[in-house]
Design a protein around this ligand. Structure first.
Ligand code: PMP
Length: 424
């Protein structure tokens, strides 16, 4: 009997994420990663233009990260993080605190973006419980996405993704993204809700999953300032925007106001391993210090602060802070700007937007803007056929590449986007 292929074996036992398995196209078997490329079993090379769900920042199988991870694996692979510590976790926390907004003083480890958000929500909700003031509601933006666990879903926009669970999600107030026209009204809305609001959670400058929606730092600043005035804690979910994506190390670096809590994951390990991290101010941390054991933050995961993931993050940070990488971030932003300029005004484009290394091209589709429209699949398959992984969000094609991508490789992507604009 012929040996089964990797795809056949996959199809017999695996349930893939965000995939309707009923008639799913066979998954593409990837056997190697090298820089910006993912290489399939049959030798086909794909440019990973979306950084494998936005996680990869230095390219695949980076030798420096691999070396540091291997070293850590041979020294200490894991240790329980309650009652114990280890050098990589401490060094990573120290180094992050040194580069985060200067009000961030404590690091809490978890293991993905959703758990980083869960921890942030629990920190804020329990803060109010610990200080014995009854604030239990959360404020978020329409169109927000903060993850797939229940708390993270609750603070995300209600959508097709959350529909089966809607009755089980806790109540959240949603407001529009701020702009010059609505900012005063939003502040009034915020003031009305404030007495009950424990926290306001937001994706700073760019809402990822809902379509790379971008908004201006100055209006977010106004909202954050208003939250501070009204005593509402603020949570910057930098799971996607962190580690250079927006042109600065963190999206919060574009702001004057500093959030009380910050969430990180994805790019933190260069995309090598799963790590979540939530940071907070001393004010929040101090509210959990008590003789009363009930004021403890009762949260933790088996792999909290896993040494191997921490060492991947340390290695990634070494690479990120190199002047060459910071130049690459600027170079990519510059290339995007030039490309956007060259196609602006194209009749098929409804909107073109860019923040740092993220460029989004929104197709004109008349009234059909559904995530599930067929244009999305046509575009996805077209780009795959050209050896480029771009995973449109409905009618929105976006590029979010690893920072090692060359101008020539970016040029290939741009060329295919122009072709796609002619074709679809
Ligand atoms: N927050 C934001 C802003 C995200 O973009 C994501 C993931 N796309 C998450 C949280 C959840 O992260 P994870 O998929 O690692 O759970």
């Amino acid at each position: 009997m012929a040996e089964k292929s990797l795809v056949e074996r996959d199809q017999a036992v695996i349930w893939h994420p965000y995939t309707q398995m009923h008639k799913a196209a066979p998954p593409i078997p990837i056997v190697r990663g090298e820089g910006v490329y993912l290489i399939a079993e049959d030798g086909t090379k794909f440019i990973d233009a979306i950084s494998s769900w936005w996680v990869n920042i230095h390219g695949h199988s980076h030798p420096y990260i691999a070396e540091k991870v291997a070293e850590q694996l041979r020294t200490l692979e894991h240790v329980i993080f309650a009652g114990f510590t280890h050098p990589s976790a401490v060094e990573l926390a120290e180094r992050l605190i040194a580069i985060l907004p200067n009000n961030q003083k404590r690091v809490f480890y978890s293991d993905n973006g959703s758990t980083a958000v869960e921890v942030a929500l629990k920190m804020c909700l329990q803060y109010w419980s610990n200080v014995e003031q009854p604030r239990t509601k959360v404020l978020a933006f329409h169109g927000s996405y903060h993850g797939d666990t229940f708390g993270a879903m609750a603070v995300s926009a209600r959508s097709s993704f959350t529909r089966p669970f809607e009755k089980l999600l806790f109540e959240v107030e949603f407001i529009d993204l701020p702009n010059a026209t609505n900012i005063s009204a939003l502040k009034e809305q915020l003031s009305d809700l404030a007495p009950e609001l424990a926290a306001f959670i937001f994706e700073p400058l760019v809402q990822g999953a809902s379509g790379m929606n971008m908004y201006e730092a100055k209006y977010l600043d106004e909202l954050l300032e208003h939250c501070k005035k009204e005593g509402v804690l603020t949570i910057a979910d930098e799971v996607m925007t962190g580690f250079g994506r927006t042109g600065k190390l963190f999206a919060s670096n574009h702001l004057y106001e500093q959030p009380d809590v910050m969430c990180f994951s994805k790019g933190i390990t260069g995309g090598t391993m799963a790590l979540g991290l939530t940071t907070c101010t001393s004010r929040i941390y101090d509210a959990f210090l008590s003789e009363d054991k009930m004021k403890t933050l009762f949260h933790g995961h088996s792999f909290t602060a896993n040494p191997v993931t921490c060492s991947a993050a340390l290695a990634s940070l070494d690479l990120l802070l190199k002047p060459e990488t910071l130049n690459d971030i600027e170079r990519i932003a510059d290339q995007h700007r030039q490309f956007a300029l060259s196609i602006s005004g194209h009749q098929k484009i409804r909107n073109l937007r860019q923040t740092g290394t993220i460029l989004a091209v929104e197709w004109e589709t008349g009234n059909n803007t559904s995530y599930f429209n067929s244009l999305r699949d046509d575009l996805y398959n077209f780009f795959l056929g050209e050896g480029i992984i771009l995973r449109p969000l409905g009618n929105i094609v976006y590029i979010m590449p690893p920072y090692c991508i060359t101008n020539a490789q970016l040029g290939c992507i741009y060329k295919q986007i122009i072709k796609a604009l002619e074709k679809f």
